[in-house]
Design a binder for this molecule. Sequence first.
Ligand SMILES: Nc1ncnc2c1ncn2[C@@H]1O[C@H](COP(=O)(O)OP(=O)(O)OP(=O)(O)O)[C@@H](O)[C@H]1O
Ligand SMILES: [Mg+2]
Length: 272
Amino acid sequence: MTELLKLSDVWVEYGDKIVLEQINLTIEEGAFVSVIGPSGAGKSSLLRLALGQEAPSRGKIMLDGVPLPPECGPDRGVVFQHYSVFPHLSALGNVMFGLECAQSPLLAKLSGAARRQAREEASQMLEEVGLQDNMHAYPAQMSGGMQQRLAIAQALIKRPRILLLDEPFGALDPGIRNDMHQLITRLWSDYELTVIMVTHDIGEAFKLGTRVLTLDKWRHDPHAPHRYGAKVVYDIPLTRKREETSEDGIAATAPTNPSDEGGITIDRIDNN
Ligand SMILES: Nc1ncnc2c1ncn2[C@@H]1O[C@H](COP(=O)(O)OP(=O)(O)OP(=O)(O)O)[C@@H](O)[C@H]1O
Ligand SMILES: [Mg+2]
């Protein structure tokens, strides 16, 4: 397995508030990493680091063995919980916009043959996510699940290698969420993606991930709660592999004992 993303002794601090501390993490190409942890633990901060939207206050982040570029490149796509699509553009317009930005970042407008090509690619991508009948619909005319499909299409049109998902299905009904699980599993496999997904749903984390990370504070100063940050307190490897994904997109997963496969287990300090 190839090492794709590597964080070495990474810290995130805002003034004297420490959010993340001592993050040492290697993510292999093709992994589906689920990230769980309490609210405020720094899960979104970790995604912003991987996206290059934010630089660590200390430590090093390497992508493919070279320092991560300081801005979000086309190799990384992102989908947030709250629909991140443009309300004034149709589905096709939203996906084409993603492509236009990648190809012509200054003008964000393609012309002639390049535009026709972009339209073709965008409609194929909408078909991939099941929105072939809604190409001309506007986000306000779409359900939450459809808007998330659209956001995924918009992220994938740039052909990222890493897809970052921040509670992407958190606002969806269980049935719809299940459909989204199948969709994301298929895309992970077909597009050979490496996925990092933050979720509050532990079942979802274990169902989809090849690995589950838990971020939490591991020490606590009751007089100065901002003084210590969260780190990876559990790193649980699962047996799920991309290649083993079944027809319906979901493979059976069984958590293995973290200590069996070199997973890191750090003794937790119970703060209660
Ligand atoms: N720009 C900022 N300035 C100061 N503090 C910040 C900033 N961004 C994030 N924080 C703080 O960092 C901490 C971690 O935030 P983050 O959004 O990463 O948490 P999270 O784990 O994603 O939480 P949630 O589950 O609620 O989404 C929070 O206490 C937040 O207030
Ligand atoms: Mg968050």
